[in-house]
Design a protein around this ligand. Structure first.
Ligand SMILES: NC(=O)c1ccc[n+]([C@@H]2O[C@H](COP(=O)([O-])OP(=O)(O)OC[C@H]3O[C@@H](n4cnc5c(N)ncnc54)[C@H](OP(=O)(O)O)[C@@H]3O)[C@@H](O)[C@H]2O)c1
Length: 240
């Protein structure tokens, strides 16, 4: 993939009418943190800049309460030019940290999603959602709620449970997996999905890869496609 292709990927996110994009940075063995919870930084500087370019391309960035408590992230655009997106935390059991860095007043919307419609922090807005009963939230309902609020291009930044829930619910259109050339060996796994009965049921999205200078590789997965149906490549040894 060329630099031009990479720019096309980012441009497509920025001009989409509606898109839900997941992003995860992980080791070669699929870990996003050590067993003790250390996660800064698995990926290199270029990957961080990529994440910030994604933030600058969307209306809103969404994280789970687990990430809020573990990382206290700012969720702003700092390693590239661009406007800060709205910052959203989904907080099913009201764990939010008062004074968290995501609440810094910079003009970007700070929104909490809560089943009660109340949040334990001073944010700009709280949207109430209806837990479906068998899970703390329904990702597709969350996407719809945000779209109705005018937030149609959403970056789901993690962590593991949030992103996995969105993927299991088929609520992501694209997934960016940034793989660092490091083996951690134990610790939190990036994606942990519902078990499959058959390997044939595994998702095989169409994927483009992009190698960054400091060794990270980006897998840009189009989750609305199926590589098995769209792959036009020729098997080795097959007649053209
Ligand atoms: N490398 C990366 O790209 C990256 C990015 C972001 C975060 N992280 C790491 O991810 C870790 C945090 O991830 P996490 O999985 O603990 O938390 P999380 O995904 O940030 O948050 C999970 C959220 O889902 C809720 N939840 C509870 N049960 C669930 C279920 N069965 N299915 C789906 N969601 C459920 C939780 O609610 P309750 O509050 O009620 O439990 C919580 O709000 C941290 O170590 C952080 O550093 C890594």
């Amino acid at each position: 993939m060329t630099d031009h292709d990479y720019e096309q990927i980012l441009a497509a996110v920025g001009r989409a009418d509606r898109i839900v994009l997941g992003q995860i940075g992980q080791s070669l063995d699929g870990r996003i943190a050590t067993a003790s919870g250390e996660s800064k930084y698995i990926n290199g500087q270029a990957a961080l800049a990529h994440l910030h370019r994604l933030r600058a391309s969307v209306d809103a960035v969404l994280i789970g309460a687990g990430t809020l408590v573990a990382d206290d992230p700012q969720l702003t655009v700092r390693f590239c030019d661009g406007k800060n997106p709205a910052r959203i935390v989904i907080d099913p059991s009201g764990r939010g940290i008062p004074g968290g860095r995501w609440l810094a007043p910079d003009g970007a919307l700070r929104l909490a999603l809560s089943p009660t419609g109340k949040a334990p922090v001073e944010c700009d807005e709280v949207l109430a959602f209806e837990p479906p009963g068998d899970a703390p939230f329904d990702p597709r309902q969350i996407v719809q709620l945000l779209a109705e609020r005018g937030l149609r291009r959403v970056l789901v930044e993690g962590g593991s449970r949030l992103l996995s829930a969105f993927l299991d619910a088929d609520a992501l259109d694209r997934l960016h997996v940034m793989i660092a050339p490091v083996i951690i060996g134990s610790g939190r796994i990036g994606l942990d999905l519902a078990p499959l009965a058959r390997l044939a049921d595994a998702r095989r999205p169409r994927v483009q890869t992009f190698a960054f200078g400091d060794g990270d590789i980006l897998f840009d997965c189009d989750l609305r496609s199926n590589a098995a149906q769209t792959d036009q490549s020729t098997e080795p040894g097959a007649k053209p």
